[in-house]
Design a protein around this ligand. Structure first.
Ligand SMILES: NC(=O)c1ccc[n+]([C@@H]2O[C@H](COP(=O)([O-])OP(=O)(O)OC[C@H]3O[C@@H](n4cnc5c(N)ncnc54)[C@H](OP(=O)(O)O)[C@@H]3O)[C@@H](O)[C@H]2O)c1
Length: 245
């Protein structure tokens, strides 16, 4: 069994996920690069290795039962356990001008796709990886969420929260609610489970608009992935601290 701490990051081939993998790698973690596309996964692994990271590719589509089962088997074979799981893979769904998703005209199939990836995918991957996380001395789960999930902020007309996003924002609120249920269920096991907001980051996801770099967006997730024992669990963080639910 490997001495280095082992991390798996989903959607690690680009954007914030890639930088979470790079950041954990720079801290000495051995990093599984979860990605569904073979070519994109291969080039991310190559780039991380060139930067000195002990990275290995993990074929992983979070929407597929078989893909996730096989990914867990691969991590077990390659590393024998998992210390950190970062559920980063996510989609916004189709949007109108300015990223808007009007609830009164929503395409229901699109809502289902978003929930399938952003919520069900996280549950699927987490449950497949839990047996490996339970073998770690200090397991951590980080779910990459978004401040737009905050019902407190969305309901306050005095706070600028961006456009109405009737599929994406509720999918991340659902993810936050699921995060709390995991934290409750796993309380006392040493597994810390938290949600992270990266801020508004220039990636494919945002059409490369946004004031923050992917590396800046990765910082909170990396901090939560490396929390000391006894650290917070069942909370929702951005760089500046806790985000209200
Ligand atoms: N950018 C922002 O401003 C922002 C703000 C708040 C929260 N977030 C969250 O941060 C996370 C990362 O976003 P990003 O900005 O880095 O976006 P991105 O550049 O579009 O990257 C998204 C990643 O998720 C992967 N992915 C999507 N569906 C997948 C699936 N079914 N199975 C496996 N991987 C899948 C993508 O893989 P492919 O390359 O194969 O598509 C890609 O690697 C997301 O959860 C997003 O909701 C982003």
């Amino acid at each position: 069994m490997s001495e280095a701490r082992i991390a798996l990051v989903t959607g690690a081939n680009k954007g914030i996920g890639y930088e979470i993998a790079a950041g954990l790698g720079a801290l000495g973690y051995r990093v599984g690069v979860g990605a569904r596309d073979e070519v994109r996964r291969g080039s991310a692994v190559e780039k991380l290795r060139a930067a000195g990271v002990d990275a290995f590719g993990v074929p992983l589509d979070v929407t597929g039962d078989l893909s996730v089962t096989v990914a867990a088997e691969l991590v077990e074979r390659r590393a024998g356990r998992l210390d950190v799981l970062v559920n980063n893979a996510g989609i916004s769904g189709e949007t109108g001008p300015g990223w808007a998703q009007d609830p009164t005209t929503l395409d229901l199939a699109m809502v289902l796709r978003v929930v399938e990836t952003n919520v069900i995918g996280v549950i699927r991957v987490t449950n497949a990886m839990l047996p490996l996380l339970r073998r770690s001395a200090s397991p951590r789960i980080v779910n990459v969420s978004s401040a737009v999930a905050s019902l407190t902020r969305q309901a306050d007309p005095g706070i600028e929260v961006g456009p109405v996003m009737a599929a994406y924002a509720p999918s991340k609120s659902f993810l936050n609610a699921v995060t709390v249920q995991y934290a409750r269920q796993l309380a006392g096991t040493g597994i810390l489970v938290n949600a992270a907001c990266p801020g508004l980051v220039a990636t494919d996801f945002t059409g490369f608009q946004g004031p923050r770099t992917p590396r800046q967006g990765a910082a909170t997730a990396i901090r939560l992935a490396t929390l000391p024992d006894g650290g917070p669990t069942g909370s929702f963080f951005e760089d500046d601290g806790v985000i209200p639910w």
